[in-house]
Design a binder for this molecule. Structure first.
Ligand SMILES: [Zn+2]
Length: 300
């Protein structure tokens, strides 16, 4: 187990044992009971906490303020009634969710000064850029006509399958095809994700600065079907997964060090389901796919 994974597991255990049952969605302070949480809303005199106070007097104002604080757009009928919407697990699950959707969809719901602070103690984990498919992927979705007319772009449905955290999606055919593609794109990967020279500005996660759509099409075609989202990351340190790339398939394109995702040892070409935030060892290059249907591992 890597040192970060051990710390992460300890944090989870500490949280389970702690008396914190409710979180303020604005400042993420924890409280044991609703009355102590509500007292906190009274005590802090700013717009956000004032809005959170208004849950009885003006539900619409409360609802809009709650979403801004949480950084998540939640349909009003899906929002649990207070105090349940402040429960620890609910806040952790939804905090910053709008960042998953990137700027192209729901950015107008996010407060302009929205902070990208993760719930974890490691303040260095920043969200990574997410790219959107311009047309459906997967071999059963080969376009019959011109790309400009084919894509219902922007429609993303939730993954229909259920996997366990860190479940390996074993698929010998896909893995050998991926290894074949990687041997041709190794230089491209090094150039797209260059190492950071200045150690003080190295956050541990290197992301592309150029368009990565076309070179990654053959790999995405092997992994999933339909309109999905994807990201490409390289780790230069042991890090925790950014919170906007969970509930996703991680496909390993390169291993330069120990090759660990959580406490699972991975090899090049393997795909693994990551349900919750976990640790990534240094020296990995990963294609991260978030899609409605995953085809990798389905025929094995
Ligand atoms: Zn607060």
């Amino acid at each position: 187990m890597s040192s970060l994974q051990r710390q992460f597991n300890t944090q989870k255990a500490v949280l389970r044992q702690s008396t914190i049952k409710y979180l303020c969605p604005e400042c993420l302070r924890g409280f044991p009971r609703p009355d102590t949480l509500y007292r906190h809303f009274q005590d802090v005199n700013d717009e956000a906490h004032k809005g959170l106070r208004s849950r009885k007097d003006d539900y619409n104002q409360f609802y809009s303020c709650y979403q801004k604080c949480l950084g998540a757009s939640i349909p009003s009928k899906c929002l649990p009634k207070p105090p349940h919407c402040f429960e620890l697990q609910y806040v952790i699950e939804h905090y910053g969710k709008d960042l998953d959707n990137g700027a192209s969809t729901t950015s107008n719901h996010v407060s302009p000064n929205f902070r990208t602070r993760p719930v974890f103690l490691d303040e260095s984990v920043q969200p990574v850029p997410i790219y959107y498919d311009r047309q459906a992927r997967g071999y059963s979705h080969r376009p019959l006509h011109d790309a400009s007319t084919s894509s219902p772009s922007g429609i993303i449905i939730e993954c229909l399958q259920s996997f366990e955290h860190l479940q390996e999606l074993h698929d010998a055919i896909v893995e050998s095809s991926i290894c074949g593609f990687i041997s041709q794109m190794d230089n491209w990967l090094s150039g797209t994700l260059p190492r950071v020279k200045d150690a003080s500005s190295d956050s541990g996660i290197i992301v592309p600065s150029i368009d990565i759509d076309i070179p990654l099409i053959p790999l995405r075609d092997l992994i999933y079907e339909g309109i999905g989202k994807y990201s490409l990351v390289r780790t230069s340190k042991d890090v925790i997964t950014p919170h906007n790339i969970i509930k996703a398939v991680y496909t390993v394109l390169r291993i330069e060090s120990s090759g660990l995702i959580g406490d699972s040892r991975v090899t090049v070409g393997k795909s693994i389901w990551v349900e919750h935030q976990t640790t990534l060892s240094k020296g990995l290059i990963l294609l991260v796919s978030i899609a409605p249907i995953y085809t990798v591992g389905q025929k094995a």
